[in-house]
Design a protein around this ligand. Sequence first.
Ligand code: GLY
Length: 407
Amino acid sequence: MNIKRLMVIAALCVTQMMSAQTVGNNEQNTDGIFAQVEMRMRYLLQQTEQLRKVTPDKGKLMPRSVEKDGSLRLVNIGDWCSGFFAGELWMMYRYTNDAFWRERAVSNTWKLEDNKWNASSHDLGFMMYNAFGKAWEVTNEQSYRDVVVQAAKTLATRFDEKVGCIRSWSWGTPERWQYAVIIDNMMNLELLFEASRLTGDEQYRNIAVSHANVTMRNHFREDGASYHVVDYNPQAGSVIKRITHQGLFDESVWSRGQAWGLYGYTMCYRYTQDKAYLEQACKIAKFWFSQRLLPDDLIPYWDMRDPAIPNAPRDASAAAIIASALYELADYVESPEAAEYHRLADKIVDSLSNDYLTEPQDKQGFLLLHSTGNYPANDEIDVPIIYADYYYLEALLRRAGIKMNKQ
Ligand code: GLY
């Protein structure tokens, strides 16, 4: 850790000790882990306010990443990354219980509302659940709940009975794919499960279960690794081919795809208690940590089959997603697995916290360095990206035992 950051953290700690303001979870202040998270959070709060300042208040643009020239990449609300920033702000509010963060979270969440009608994206879970879902969890306000339910209704229109999955990308020629389903799409099921839980209407849950089951059958190799894209014949519902889009080659191990699978099946177990999902999540974890090229700090290369390793770019976002998933997975298994998942998640969070944080006021206010978005497209390579920050924050809160829902 460099001197500048150390000084900022030290100053923030002193300010915090002298401040009369208490954080939202005083009961845990005696806990050593909480104290560590507390120290880290003070820095992250300050840095996130920087990102908030450079994000336009008006209009519907959200921060996504840092361009090669150092400028901020803003995206329209229809982008799959549009919901992460609002979700971060809700986590900040949950952590501090401070109206300052709530106000920022509210305004950045409502910017996204029109997405509840956006049937052109399979990523409504990312875009809407991470914002309105987190808002609902923290505030229990009906207005957020209603948007969650409408967004789920819209997402459900992308489900096809014959294939048994929600369609991912609608673009691409028929030669490339006819009905593409990507492993990332597991993450969007949370929106559907939650809509059924909130309304009692089973249709969303049934779609999520079907998608998870078909994906479990078709997306995975014997060893627990996943393909990125499965292309289906929509007339027959059969698999046409298994390929990659963001990985190095079809049979490679695209790191973020493995992370989405691990997080996705862990979340499916949360909602269903179906042991098959738990076993799938544990199998993915086992595969992942048996990767002999996984670096000692547990921050993976963007694709674990890149022959350029150890000189290939890392993907801090995949590590953050995996850490957050492991904290949840640890709650569903007994020790020694539970202890091991905790240990691995802690190690990832420590690596990110010690060696991957941005400098104060640098990188537009993003938190983590070294994520890789789309290597084959030569886009967002080795840069800060909003979803890395989101899952890192989520992991930190999970580490401290802070749930979004206070009840
Ligand atoms: N589509 C989500 C990702 O790039 O990981």
